[in-house]
Design a protein around this ligand. Structure first.
Ligand SMILES: [Zn+2]
Length: 122
């Protein structure tokens, strides 16, 4: 069982769960209809969660344009990857754009350490 998922897919499922959380919070609010203030707070929290989800979706949109489109060597499908290492969105094959990391064990920590050449450009 591989613990890591494709980053874009992971953010997308987070945004989707936010919508559900928002709906559930608003649904809970209905049970408090005898107390208008509590009901209003729940409704407001639900709306905030749904707005947050929209923001995350917009964020995915901007991330997708920057993400590298690669063909997965394992399943042959096209997937988008972020950072130095990522997972295939279809089969969870570890992917890298970095030749240095090719053949190495998949580790998300590679995304935190930048290449020295990249740093000198900044
Ligand atoms: Zn794949």
């Amino acid at each position: 069982m591989k613990p890591y998922k494709n980053k874009i897919n992971r953010i997308r499922s987070f945004a989707l769960s936010l919508i559900f959380i928002g709906v559930v919070i608003m649904y809970i609010g209905i049970f408090f209809r005898s107390n208008e203030i509590i009901m209003l707070i729940f409704m407001l929290l639900g709306v905030i969660a749904i707005i947050g989800s929209t923001v995350v979706y917009a964020w995915i949109g901007t991330l997708s344009t920057r993400a590298a489109r690669v063909k997965c060597p394992n399943c042959g499908k096209h997937t988008k990857m972020l950072g130095r290492v990522d997972m295939c969105g279809h089969c969870r094959e570890p992917l890298t754009l970095d030749l240095e990391l090719e053949g190495k064990e998949f580790d998300v920590a590679y995304n935190k350490t930048k290449k020295p050449q990249e740093e000198s450009f900044k």
